[in-house]
Ligand binder design. Structure first.
Ligand code: PLP
Ligand code: COI
Length: 341
């Protein structure tokens, strides 16, 4: 088997069909064993729960080629746990974490030729998801479900890679208190599409969402958590019950403290404080750490001292340490790296 003929370094964040995907169906109260298939199409009822009432949950993680040529995944157990939590909230039968990890490993293995080579800057994005596949017309959970894992090779989420982006404070809310902001469900993204299209039309790369109740605290963007650095080098990440608990953010906080010896705070962050931070970044599987150079709040600009050309100093160290761990250049904490082959 040979690597596919792909121009890895020029990949953006887009879907490209790969050879195999894992599929397991839930029927009569249980998940079947699941199989790898070449069929990338799904045939379901026009009245399927996912189509009518958005009953679907998903995950996102990556496979990397390490410096010594292995293929690895980063903390898939945490994606498995989060998918379990998301499923419970949408009355979707849980796909157990152990089976999740097994399915992810099998899917990556089956698409090994699509895992970008080391040093290309690209990775294999892995998208596990579950959806209600049987018909429902009254508002209730479906009786049948499908769990699926596909992969697609990707480059940077934001065009320009490590170049700082400009975001704006959004007038719409992402997640209600006691709502679904803390889980990874399609509905959270469907309702953000209007705002992201509008942001792009206005020349911004992303939206900063504030807390829906008071609009005074920083929440997150449509697809990543925030990470700030104070002028004295403390790493601060916003805490709220309506933010998705990012695995990248949790990993970076550990890296900041244990690898870089930095002070770390996970706490509510008032928007009022943002102008005083030295650096800002977005963190997530897709975003990795994307530096933010400027935040625009209804015409008022907050320009971070790190500027619009380079990642801030601390952000860069965090980026290099995290990606170093993922690519096998820096020793990982126990249990973070799942070797696939
Ligand atoms: N926040 C949102 C809304 C996301 O969609 C994502 C992406 O998964 C993240 C944060 C980052 O989470 P993670 O680091 O687990 O990918
Ligand atoms: C991820 O980072 O895995 C995500 O799901 C974000 C998504 C908006 C692409």
């Amino acid at each position: 088997m040979a690597k596919k003929d792909i121009d890895w370094s020029s990949l953006g964040f887009a879907y490209q069909k790969t050879d195999k995907r894992f599929v397991s169906n839930y029927k009569d109260g249980k998940w079947d064993e699941g199989v790898l298939t070449e069929d990338s199409n799904i045939v379901i009822s026009e009245c399927a729960g996912v189509l009518q009432y958005a009953q679907t949950v998903f995950e996102g993680l990556k496979a990397y080629t390490t410096v010594d040529g292995h293929i690895v995944a980063f903390r898939p157990d945490l994606n498995g746990e989060r998918l379990e939590n998301s499923a419970r909230r949408l009355e979707i039968p849980v796909y157990p974490k152990e089976k999740f990890i097994d399915a992810v490993v099998k899917t990556i293995e089956a698409n090994a030729d699509y895992v970008p080579p080391y040093g290309t800057g690209a990775t294999l994005y892995v998208r596990p998801f579950i959806f209600g596949s049987s018909a429902v017309i009254g508002v209730k959970p479906a009786e049948e479900y499908q769990f699926r894992v596909f992969t697609t090779p990707v480059g940077p989420y934001f065009k320009g890679g490590a170049k700082p982006i400009t975001i704006r404070v959004c007038d719409y809310d992402r997640a209600a208190p006691h709502g679904t902001g803390h889980i990874k469900v399609g509905l959270n993204y469907a309702m953000s599409l209007y705002q992201i299209v509008d942001a792009h039309n206005q020349g911004f790369d992303e939206n900063m969402y504030l807390d829906a109740a008071t609009r005074t605290y920083v929440e997150e963007t449509g697809g990543a958590n925030f990470l700030f650095v104070t002028k004295d080098g403390t790493v601060v990440t916003p805490k709220s019950d309506s933010i998705l608990p990012s695995i990248t953010r949790r990993s970076l906080m550990y890296v900041a403290e244990k690898y870089l010896g930095l002070k770390v705070e996970h706490r509510p962050v008032a928007f009022e404080e943002v102008k005083d931070f030295a650096e800002c970044g977005l963190c997530g599987t897709a975003a990795v750490i994307s530096p933010v150079g400027k935040i625009v709040d209804h015409g008022k600009e907050i320009c971070f001292p790190s500027g619009m050309e380079e990642m801030g100093e601390v952000t860069k160290k965090l980026y290099e340490t995290l990606t170093g761990i993922q690519m096998g250049k820096i020793e990982a904490p126990e249990g973070w790296i799942k070797v696939i082959k």
